[in-house]
Write a protein that binds this ligand. Structure first.
Ligand SMILES: Nc1ncnc2c1ncn2[C@@H]1O[C@H](COP(=O)(O)OP(=O)(O)OP(=O)(O)O)[C@@H](O)[C@H]1O
Ligand SMILES: [K+]
Ligand SMILES: [Mg+2]
Length: 715
């Protein structure tokens, strides 16, 4: 396994891309305009319902037992209670000079501050709940035909099925649980899960045998071995994921929360200590004013929006038809340094088709065709089938009986060969050229002199050469053609701008790999890579302190998917792969990892940007509130009123009102995420500090001044 850097300039023959359908997700990209008017209508109705529900929830969440989970907002709620009491008993904590209307106003603003924060969280949770409800509907009362030991079937409720049970599912029936097809083949409608109405083929053996409970068989019949116990199915997991029932704060979120809570504690100590100093200096501070000061100082903006940002980030991934098993996985995606991609099917279309047969040495075309046919008659891979198709096209008469009684050698990524052992003892193989060469050499065979040159010609064009051999003789080559998906170069350019390295791992030979790597523009590639080599690549990168993402679908990808910091499994893949990964792409589009990374980055950036904004906001609030506080006690110190606010009372209320309304104003940003352009993290940091740091300082000056002008009209 070598590590080849891709050279910049290349002399690659590019294949024209002819009308091949991309297998990218059929859903619109997040944020892209929705062309369907009717769906927009529905969406509006749903949004209205979501908002009503969220308003209701905001009040439910006022329960102090729930509020404690958010210490910052809990402090605000506590402030609300105190000022509320003071509204009716102004002298409860000693004589007070402020009027009751001021206390009532402060307590109302504080109440709204908490409600706004609750609303943000409830709104973010709402979308997932709506989706969970529709998923739950597809779960109800499925009946299953369970196979009994005596060979008969009995009709049981799907809820009674356990791991290892075997069920028969026929045309028109729902698959009662997650499982693996152990016999038969069927087309399955998975739209309940994937939203994609085109049926998919599920068959026993191989990488397409996993089925999901709640999906529907639309033709034929399959025998399924159940792989999950009640309550632990994919659909169950999906429901609790989108519902947020299992939502746990991520390490990043916990860390930020700790910082914000500590900050709150420090401000509390400062504010509580203040009266002692001022008493000593001979003047008195009012309790509601101190509470107002405290609430303005503590980071309520980010405290109110933090969980909404996290939930919305997860939700964006879900809207994109990717199931993330945890918020941690989404965040990790945002910090990824290296992405491991495979070539076939990810960077190229993957419909590698035989396009030519090339003889080597003295072999005749017919001889090569004969052995090629034998090597592929029982090879059910797309490559194998395309070989037979090409032979048919070329008019070669295939004698199917020649392999009767033979022993099929299935293609394996480990051996990189497939073929048949004939009853007469002869062994027929086709496969990666180096693998076949080694195999032939190990039997004392000779390598034709023109083999390497002919192999190179194919590889230089980006094709995959397969050698065909019988026992100790090589007969020639099969030329498999594949095409790089359009737009790959732009995608890799974007990733490079984000500072992310792409590594293509392929089982193909170094020359083909180099050609495709250059054409697609990946940073590095590893050729002749066996599945277990991928783990080594991941570990190597991780040992250098990098976070690594990879995609995969096969059982042999499972260990690497588990090792990667972000493992994205294809829904079409095996159960093992899906269980090992921390994300599943329901559209089974491996290039989606790139979008997942963008969403993760956006989540981290949004959190950072709003934290910066929230803390920068404080500057303006100091200038409004602190002078006002002293002015209340010592009216002669008018020079303190730098913002030229109308009155001390109005200054305090303006700062508090700004502090409250900024939360709902920022909800759209928290939900949608800050706009994200691919660039280096340094450039990003600078950009965000300018926008959200500087903006965070300036905006409240303007906002508070405007609110003050409005208030001065009333008092
Ligand atoms: N049906 C087949 N019979 C024999 N050899 C095959 C067959 N399919 C592929 N090969 C050979 O085995 C190699 C490895 O195949 P494998 O599918 O593991 O990786 P790959 O598709 O080339 O790379 P990637 O990891 O990018 O998908 C191929 O490059 C090819 O040379
Ligand atoms: K605040
Ligand atoms: Mg492959």
């Amino acid at each position: 396994m070598g590590n080849y850097a891709v050279k910049e300039k290349s002399t690659v023959t590019k294949f024209p891309v002819q009308g091949i359908e991309s297998n990218s997700g059929k859903r619109p990209n997040p944020g892209s305009p929705n062309p369907e008017y009717k769906r927009d209508e529905n969406k509006k109705a749903m949004d209205k319902e979501l908002i009503m529900q969220a308003i209701k929830e905001s009040f439910v969440k006022l329960d102090p037992r729930k509020m404690v989970k958010n210490p910052i907002m809990f402090v605000v709620e506590f402030g609300f209670f105190i000022t509320l009491i003071l509204s009716f008993a102004p002298d409860l904590f000693g004589s007070s000079a402020v009027e009751p209307w001021f206390n009532i106003t402060v307590s109302l603003i504080l109440l709204f501050t908490v409600l706004f924060a609750n609303f943000a969280e409830a709104l973010a949770e709402g979308r997932g709940k709506a989706q969970a409800d529709s998923l739950k509907k597809s779960k109800q009362d499925i009946m299953a035909n369970k196979l009994k030991p005596n060979g008969k079937t009995e009709n049981v409720a799907s809820l009674t099925l356990r791991k290892g049970d075997i069920v028969i599912v026929s045309q028109g029936e729902m698959i009662p649980g997650d499982g693996e097809v152990i016999a038969g083949l069927a087309s399955v409608d998975e739209s309940t899960i994937t939203g994609e109405s085109a049926p998919v083929i599920k068959e026993a053996g191989g990488d397409f045998n996993s089925v999901t409970g709640g999906t529907k068989v639309i033709s034929d019949q399959i025998k399924v071995r159940i792989t999950s116990d009640p309550g632990e199915s994919f659909l169950d997991r999906m429901i609790s994921l989108v519902e947020g029932a299992e939502r746990q704060k991520t390490p990043n979120e916990i860390a930020l929360n700790t910082v914000l809570t500590s900050l709150t504690l420090i401000f509390m100590i400062v504010v509580v200590a203040m009266p002692f100093f001022t008493n000593y200096l001979g003047f008195q501070l009012e309790i509601p004013v101190l509470i107002a000061l405290l609430v303005c100082l503590i980071p309520t903006t980010i405290g109110g929006l933090l969980s909404a940002i996290g939930i919305a980030g997860m939700d964006r991934v879900t809207q994109f038809n990717v199931l993330a098993m945890s918020g941690k996985a989404v965040e990790a995606a945002g910090d990824i340094n290296t992405i491991i991609l495979d070539k076939t099917g990810t960077i190229t279309f993957g419909n590698r088709m035989a396009s030519d047969f090339i003889t080597t040495g003295e072999v005749t075309k017919d001889k090569l065709s004969h052995w090629t046919a034998l090597s592929s008659l029982q090879d059910e891979t797309p490559e194998g089938r395309s070989v037979i198709e090409l032979l048919n096209q070329k008019g070669f008469r295939i004698d199917k009986s020649a392999v009767n009684g033979g022993n099929i050698i299935e293609f394996k990524a480990e051996t990189r060969m497939s073929g048949v052992d004939l009853p007469d003892g002869r062994k027929v193989r086709k496969g990666a050229v180096d693998a076949v060469k080694n195999w032939v050499k190990s039997q004392g065979g000779r390598i034709p002199e023109d083999l390497d040159q002919k192999t190179e010609e194919i590889a230089r064009e980006g094709g995959t050469p397969l050698a065909v051999a019988v026992d100790n003789q090589i007969y020639g080559l099969i030329y498999l053609k594949d095409t790089v998906k359009p737009g790959m170069r732009e995608r890799f350019d974007q990733l490079r701008k984000m500072g992310i390295k792409t590594v293509m791992c392929t089982g193909d030979n170094p020359l083909t790999a180099a050609t495709i790597a250059k054409e697609a523009g990946v940073d590095e590639f590893i050729a002749e890579c066996k599945p277990e080599d991928k783990i080594d690549v991941i570990k190597y990168e991780q040992n250098q302190g990098k976070l690594v993402a990879m995609t995969g679908d096969g059982t042999n990808d499972a260990p690497a998917l588990a090792q990667a910091d972000v493992g994205l499994a294809m829904n079409s893949g095996t159960t093992a792969a899906k269980e090992a990964a921390n994300m599943v792409d329901l559209d089974s589009n491996p290039t989606k990892i790139i979008e997942v990374v963008s969403i993760g980055k956006q989540l981290l950036m949004t959190r950072g940007a709003l934290t910066t904004f929230s803390i920068a906001n404080d500057v303006a609030k100091y200038f409004a509130i602190i002078p006002a506080m002293f002015l209340l006690a010592i009216p002669e110190m008018d020079a303190l009123n730098v913002m030229r606010l109308d009155s001390p009372m109005s200054a305090i209320l303006s700062a508090l009102i700004f502090n409250a309304v900024i939360i709902p104003l920022l909800i759209p940003l928290a939900m949608k995420g800050v706009s994200y352009k691919p660039m280096s993290s340094n450039a990003l940091l600078k950009r965000n500090l300018t926008i959200y740091g500087l903006g965070g300082v300036l905006v409240p000056f303007i906002g508070i001044k405007l609110i003050d002008i409005a208030i001065s009209l009333f008092i």
